[in-house]
Write a protein that binds this ligand. Structure first.
Ligand code: 13P
Ligand code: SF4
Length: 327
């Protein structure tokens, strides 16, 4: 199947932009065919800057919509258009608009894991790798923040920056399941292990972390820290890239309530799991599936949602310029 997929991707002049949580075979195929595997911020940047006119986004719907908003003239295909995200589902645009309207004095900062309509109502879009930096910048300018939808990430950003943040009540069903007690128990067995935590996790888990960060920041920490063992609180899809990047180190899943117990996800995003070789094959070989999995957005909506996304990418570029000048 892999060979015919490679031919089909070339035939379409397409490029795969994959998230670290997708199946390992999808990540490998993306890299073998000139595509890219990254966190949600870098996926957005790569999709926008790549010359290919067809982007195959292996991830969840908000990632496909983000690619379309930043490159409206490109064809954006998902592997399964039903791949959504609990944060996106938990933040309906009409309700969110009423929340913003009731708090007009606040700067609206939304997490990338939201619909295009929610992004269009925001002042800033951020991903987990840049959320703290953007909010610190706004706080220094004296702005109060309205944050949606992930309450754990919002709380974490508030503790890091001291900003006044009004939170929407949303959560990721995967990261919300990590348990501090389980991490503490595992630490007793592996006392020299470093704990790496995605900031969508509850505060009690974040408190135990040696490093808190986005998927790419977790990989960087695994490379950089001297420890040979890591307890990792994020979707288990990331382990593929972690093991490829630092093959001599050991990675352990942070405990949830446990398989067969009460956890909803057991560290597995059900929507990310819709991204595998079969769904890619079906999308690229069946005209109906290709049509159903293409992202279409209204022009007016794209225009409004692009501004806050572009603001994030510009902020990122400026940060990189400053780092380059001072190093
Ligand atoms: P990253 O931006 O860290 O890749 O996170 C995306 C995501 O959906 C985490 O659950
Ligand atoms: Fe959404 Fe959580 Fe899945 Fe990420 S892991 S896509 S935040 S449900």
């Amino acid at each position: 199947m892999q060979e015919s997929l490679t031919d089909r991707i070339r035939e379409l002049g397409a490029v795969i932009v994959a998230h670290y949580y997708t199946a390992g075979e999808i990540q490998d195929l993306a890299e073998e065919t000139g595509g890219f595997v990254a966190d949600s911020l870098e996926m957005a940047r790569f999709g926008r800057d790549h010359s290919s006119q067809t982007l195959i986004v292996a991830g969840v719907r908000f990632m496909g919509e983000t690619a379309k908003i930043l490159s409206p003239h490109k064809r954006v295909l998902m592997l399964d258009a039903n791949a959504t995200c609990s944060l996106d589902l938990g933040c309906p645009a009409d309700e969110f608009t009423r929340f913003c309207d009731a708090n007009p004095e606040r700067t609206v900062v939304v997490y990338a894991n939201t619909s295009a309509r929610v992004k269009a109502r925001s002042d800033w879009v951020v991903t987990s790798s840049i959320a703290t930096d953007v909010v610190r910048h706004l706080h220094r300018r004296g702005e109060k923040i309205l944050w949606a939808p992930d309450k754990y990430l919002g709380q974490y950003v508030a503790t890091q920056t001291g900003a006044d943040i009004l939170l929407w009540d949303g959560a990721c069903i995967v990261h919300e399941e990590f348990k501090a007690e389980g991490v503490e128990d595992l630490k007793k067995v592996y006392p020299n292990a470093a704990v790496l935590v995605h900031p969508e996790s509850p505060a009690a888990v974040i408190e135990l972390a040696d490093e808190v960060g986005s998927t790419s920041q977790i990989i960087d920490a695994a490379k950089r820290l001297p420890n040979s063992t890591f307890i990792v609180a994020t979707d288990r899809g990331l382990f593929h890239k972690l093991r490829q990047t630092v093959p001599d180190k050991k990675f352990l899943e942070a405990p949830t309530a446990g398989e067969g117990a009460t956890c909803k996800s057991c560290a597995r995003c059900p929507w990310m799991e819709m991204n595998h070789l079969q769904s890619l094959h079906d999308t690229l070989s069946q005209a109906e599936r290709m049509q159903a999995n293409e992202i279409h957005l209204d022009d007016g909506l794209v225009e409004k949602a692009r501004k806050p996304l572009q603001r994030m990418l510009d902020f990122r570029r400026q940060q990189k310029t400053v780092i380059a000048q001072t190093s």
